[in-house]
Design a protein around this ligand. Structure first.
Ligand SMILES: *Cc1c(COP(=O)(O)O)cnc(C)c1O
Length: 378
């Protein structure tokens, strides 16, 4: 990290390490190239910063969008509409029309009700919408309860028992072209067994469909690969080799069949740090607080998910002391870390909150009438 350059910038800001992003993308491409028919759509909701998107676009990856705004942002960054997939349980008419006009690769459809509206809107434009059905595989993932998505109790997708019904209806609708199946079981998943369980489930579903003469051209397994929040320096690049190998050895890919992936966090998480300055070191009776100028409005993951990011004092080499690192916002949950061991802090020190490239800047808000954080990539 270029600390001298950081000192010239107003805090708080996101710093995106271009080298880490490039190395991450190179690792993805090299692992994917070992397998035939693998395609990656970067899940743009993790980070939609235009400079970041341009790097990903130039690497030839596609985009997974979950809103019309994200489709617009992807097109703005230069992504080919033919590489955009679009999921979401509540697609509004304008968003569907936007996708139809752009000619996106595929709508990942989450209900029969939605399918019929897409057909109507496509018919009005004399277009054919390509669709995959998002199937809820009822596969759990070992991750935070708020970020599992593949259980029967979650709002996402179509139940497995309704799959044939949906496909039969799609085949009868004249402005729909059925491509295949889509899944996404959750986020920050580090146990490869969870992905293997999904692959097993997909194999069974595919056997069942084939026995009824239904052919699947595309299988989209979603995203969810996690990153090492506790070791951003030791493990800057996620384990893409195990990830893709898990699918290659467990998923029974048919000849000519495409397998699509939608990674978000794993692509951009480790390149980012939130850089903030210490405003005050407050010595209270039972605690010592490092009060910084970034808050939960800039990075909400600790407050929202109880997530922990590594925190480092970039400008002190003094003996470590224990601090609660907190922001200025009027909420008790505005805490980045409790009992953090940091090199002794003083007013003006620069603090890095690491692994903040995914679900950081994009989730920032203006609560307390704060400014949105800036972002720099170098
Ligand atoms: C959020 C999301 C992803 C990406 O999840 P990550 O955990 O960031 O990889 C992929 N697909 C869908 C449908 C999503 O909603």
């Amino acid at each position: 990290m270029n600390i001298e350059r950081f000192k010239t910038l107003e805090t708080p800001f996101y710093y995106y390490d271009k080298g880490v992003l490039n190395d991450t993308i190179a690792a993805i491409k090299s692992e994917m190239s070992k397998h035939d028919g693998y395609h990656l759509h970067y899940a743009i909701k993790a980070n939609a910063n235009i400079e970041v998107l341009k790097v990903i676009q130039q690497a030839g990856l596609g985009v997974d969008a979950v809103s019309g705004g994200e489709i617009k942002q992807a097109l703005e960054a230069g992504f080919d509409a033919g590489k955009i997939v679009y999921a979401g349980v509540g697609k509004a008419d304008w968003e569907i029309n936007l996708g139809l006009n752009a000619g996106i690769f595929c709508f990942n459809v989450e209900s029969l009700e939605e399918l019929r509206i897409i057909n109507e809107l496509a018919a009005a434009k004399n277009k054919v919408a390509r669709v995959c059905f998002r199937i809820n595989p009822n596969v759990g993932a070992h991750t935070h309860a708020n970020i599992t998505t593949g259980l029967a109790e979650n709002k996402f997708g179509i139940a497995m028992e309704d799959m044939e019904l949906a496909i039969r209806e799609a085949e009868e609708l004249s402005n729909i072209e059925f491509l295949g199946l889509h899944f996404h079981i959750g986020s920050q998943i580090l146990e490869m067994d969870d992905f293997a369980a999904l692959a097993d489930r997909i194999n069974a579903l595919q056997d069942r469909l084939e026995s009824q003469g239904i052919k699947i051209r595309v299988i989209n397994v979603g995203g969810g690969l996690g990153i090492a929040y506790d070791d951003p320096d030791g493990k800057p690049i996620p384990d893409f080799e195990s990830y893709f190998d898990t699918y290659a050895s467990n998923l029974k890919q048919r000849p000519g069949q495409e397998v699509h992936f939608e990674l978000g966090r794993a692509v951009v998480g480790q390149m980012g740090s939130l850089i903030t300055r210490v405003l005050y070191v407050k010595h209270a009776h039972i605690k010592q607080f490092a009060i910084v100028d970034a808050g939960m409005s800039d990075l909400i993951r600790p407050a929202l998910y109880g997530a922990h990011h590594e925190i480092q004092n970039l400008t002190s080499e003094e003996t470590r002391e224990v601090y609660d690192v907190v922001g200025p916002i009027c909420e008790s949950s505005d805490v980045f870390g409790k009992d953090e061991k940091l090199n002794a802090c003083h007013r003006g020190d620069l603090i890095a909150i690491r692994s903040a490239g995914a679900y950081g800047e994009i989730m920032a808000c203006q609560y307390n009438c704060r400014r949105l954080p800036k972002a720099y990539m170098f």
